[in-house]
Design a protein around this ligand. Structure first.
Ligand SMILES: Cc1cc2nc3c(=O)[nH]c(=O)nc-3n(C[C@H](O)[C@H](O)[C@H](O)COP(=O)(O)O)c2cc1C
Length: 147
């Protein structure tokens, strides 16, 4: 869906499960897919990459984060991984772009929140799949202006 909304010629995709430091550093603008797992945690493949990120200088990079979450199943940890990743990247001096409104979501708490907004885009395929395409399209329009 993301590829369909963007100018594919300018985009390269990298599998998060096998991402390397060099993949990360050679781009100025990145979109990371970070679903939430294990009651508010990063999935294993991102968790294993955290030590590498902790060594990176991400000054000058613009990074947008989206991720799947389940607001009914995990209302206290909804989309937490988006917030965990955003804070980790900020600690390495990256600029996080693409915050979104919480309107239309029902949950109790989320580490992805800052000043009442999500630090990225959270998509809920379990409960609100029919909203995904519109949410994504709106977010990508925002990113096109920011990148
Ligand atoms: C074991 C397990 C734990 C989960 N924990 C959370 C959670 O804490 N917060 C959340 O928003 N979603 C949680 N989810 C929901 C997943 O984010 C959701 O199923 C998502 O679609 C998984 O995306 P993926 O298939 O790309 O990994 C969890 C799902 C599973 C199976």
């Amino acid at each position: 869906m993301i590829m369909a909304h963007l100018d594919v010629g300018d985009i390269e995709t990298v599998d998060a499960e096998t991402v390397k430091e060099t993949d990360f550093l050679r781009f100025d603008n990145l979109i990371l897919a970070v679903p939430t797992w294990f009651d508010g945690e990063l999935p294993i493949y991102w968790d294993e990459f955290v030590p590498a990120i902790e060594e990176m200088d991400l000054t000058g990079k613009k990074i947008a984060i989206y991720g799947l979450g389940d607001q009914k199943g995990y209302p206290e940890n909804f989309g937490d991984a988006v917030g965990l990743m955003a804070k980790l990247l900020e600690s390495r001096n990256a600029g996080i772009v693409g915050e979104t409104s919480t309107e239309g979501y029902i949950f109790e708490s989320s580490k992805a929140l800052r000043n009442g907004k999500f630090l990225g885009l959270i998509l809920d395929q379990e409960n609100q799949a029919r909203l995904t395409e519109e949410r994504l399209a709106k977010w990508l329009e925002q990113l096109k202006r920011l990148f």
